[in-house]
Design a protein around this ligand. Sequence first.
Ligand code: AMP
Ligand code: ZN
Ligand code: FE
Ligand code: FE
Length: 280
Amino acid sequence: MREIDLHVHTDISDGSESPESTVRTAKALGLRAIAVTDHDSVNGVCAAQEAGERYGVEVVSGIELTCGWYDKEVHILGYDIDVHSEKLPPVLDWVIDERNSRNRRMVRRLAEDGIMIDLDELQARHPGSTIGRPHFALCLMEAGIAESVTDAFRRFLDPGQKYYIRRKFMSLEDAVSLIISAGGKAVIAHPRQYRISAESLTELMERGKAAGVSGLECFYSGYGPEDTSKYLAMASLYGFCPTAGSDWHGRHKPHISMGSGIDGELCASYELLENLRAHK
Ligand code: AMP
Ligand code: ZN
Ligand code: FE
Ligand code: FE
């Protein structure tokens, strides 16, 4: 039964919909539970949970943290964290500071080419949101320089492209321990997306295990049966609970549907969430 989606972004990070509207979408789709997992922020969780009460949709408090992994990055999801935990602000404020200084450098580099972006104005247009490359992508589209978000990333914002500037990341261990110290469960997100070698993936699982990871996102938008069985086997090997998430971003990633992914490949039951919660 299609009951849950444990990976959903709102406009508190780079999704297009407010927390309230995100929950309304979940209700319309008949989902029982969603997790709001904005990048580096829990600012949307309370509003989503209030809407969840009204609509009868369970909203799991979540976050998605970006960690450095050699010259790449990996994403760690956190679930059932206490959004009021005093552990969160020092680390999340550091991440926002790092993002802001990276964003200012990107603005300078774009300005050198005559592409003017006003960061204060951008932040004012997205109040309370974590500003990142996706927002720059939207600016490039508005300026008529890119055709779509994907096009903006491919030609300008992906690593190796002209306006990509790497920011400083927290480590995998720091991310996992932050989530656990805030009362949550840590899950390694979308393992195929990192494009790392089999050896590096093994190291990710081992270091994740040692750090206290509880789950692996085995069901994800665009993952076929082969991907999923490979990751299910990996989850079982390391004692991780399999989780499922679409990485829904609303209109900003229009090919992805909440709860069902790209071609209906997602169909996750509530049991996955219960198992994760019971993970020791
Ligand atoms: P940032 O954390 O500001 O560097 O932005 C990273 C975010 O941009 C990711 O978490 C994705 O949501 C999004 N992103 C990264 N690469 C792409 C891409 N090729 N196409 C669309 N969105 C992307
Ligand atoms: Zn995103
Ligand atoms: Fe991610
Ligand atoms: Fe995500």
